[in-house]
Design a protein around this ligand. Structure first.
Ligand SMILES: [Zn+2]
Length: 180
């Protein structure tokens, strides 16, 4: 999408509700479905990204940190520390590597690795909305809201996802209140 078209799109107040946002994001996250898991055990996840000069780097996230699930903890660090919450910086890194999927070039400069258990419904949705792909086939997704650890999203990450996708911050915030 061209930049002007993207900007124009963002100005439209998007009316998609949070359930549909989650479903769209979950569908976009290109991981295979894994076994369901109670989510009680702690787990770690890495966000991998292609650094412009240093090659592939990764940022580790842990369950139970201020950002809730491990994937979201890694993601908020990447989006904040590396991209400075700047959508253009994020998009540049995302587009810096591509992979062929069904004959088409797909951006894959940002990847997630979470092999201990499948990414839950909400983590998968947020990763999918941002265009982040699984790092390998052992990173799977689950359509279940794993409830062992409360799912929360850092407000700055929420604002970033709204800016990147055009979805409403108000609707994105409703996902937080649907913890088990
Ligand atoms: Zn999760």
């Amino acid at each position: 999408m061209s930049e002007t078209r993207e900007l124009r799109k963002r100005k439209i107040v998007d009316t998609t509700n949070w359930v549909d946002i989650v479903n769209v994001g979950y569908g976009k996250f290109a991981a295979k479905k894994g076994d369901d898991n109670d989510g009680l055990q702690k787990c770690g996840a890495d966000i991998w990204y292609l650094h412009p000069t240093k090659g592939w780097k990764h940022i580790f996230g842990e369950t139970g940190q201020e950002a809730g699930h491990a994937e979201m903890h890694a993601l908020v660090q990447f989006v904040g520390d590396i991209c400075e919450f700047d959508v253009t910086k994020f998009n540049t890194i995302l587009a810096s590597a591509t992979v062929k999927v069904e004959g088409k070039d797909v951006e894959c400069g940002v990847l997630v690795e979470c092999t201990a258990k499948p990414c839950c419904l909400f983590c998968s949705a947020m990763l999918g909305l941002l265009g982040i792909r699984p790092q390998d086939s052992d990173t799977k997704k689950s359509p279940v809201r794993m409830g062992g650890t409360q799912w929360v999203m850092h407000p700055a990450l929420r604002d970033f996802i709204a800016a990147k996708t055009g979805y409403s911050v108000v609707e994105l915030a409703k996902i937080d209140s649907h913890k088990l």
